[in-house]
Design a protein around this ligand. Structure first.
Ligand SMILES: Nc1ncnc2c1ncn2[C@@H]1O[C@H](COP(=O)(O)OP(=O)(O)OP(=O)(O)O)[C@@H](O)[C@H]1O
Length: 127
């Protein structure tokens, strides 16, 4: 049986995770931060998208920086999609890196190394 290297498995996982969000182009909000019903690849999650839009506006206005936003919810409910929508709303120069918890708590490498590798991939990630 053919051997599959661990690094190949990781790369495939990352490509699949990026592909799952390739339809997200923003938060789908109008100029008053009201969510359009279907826009920029987004549908539903109206209050979460609006709240994310408020944060984006504050960042753009220089009101907040160096802060974290915690998105909580059941698996598959759109936390990553909203985070990506926020990054896209901030402009193409805004880096976006996805990282799974299991990558951070690996026995094979330190947390610092896992974070460093994730940040190195940012500029190669298709958006
Ligand atoms: N409001 C939305 N509009 C359009 N697509 C969405 C929306 N919310 C989620 N999706 C899509 O549904 C799928 C699952 O969402 P996502 O991965 O963002 O969920 P999650 O909460 O981050 O999941 P997990 O907790 O498992 O990481 C993705 O393909 C995502 O792009």
């Amino acid at each position: 049986m053919a051997e599959l290297k661990l690094s190949e498995t990781r790369d495939l996982t990352r490509i699949e995770r990026i592909g799952a969000h390739s339809h997200i182009r923003g938060l789908g909000l109008d100029s008053t931060l009201e969510p359009r019903s279907v826009s920029e690849g987004m549908v539903g999650q109206a209050s979460a998208r609006k709240a994310a839009g408020v944060i984006v506006q504050m960042v753009k206005a220089g009101k907040i920086a160096g802060r974290a936003v915690l998105l909580a919810g059941h698996p598959g409910t759109g936390k990553t999609a909203i985070a990506m929508g926020m990054a896209k709303s901030l402009g193409l120069e805004t880096p976006f890196a996805m990282l799974a918890g299991s990558e951070l708590f690996s026995l094979e490498m330190s947390k610092t190394e896992a974070l460093t590798q994730a940040f190195r991939t940012i500029y190669y990630t298709p958006r």
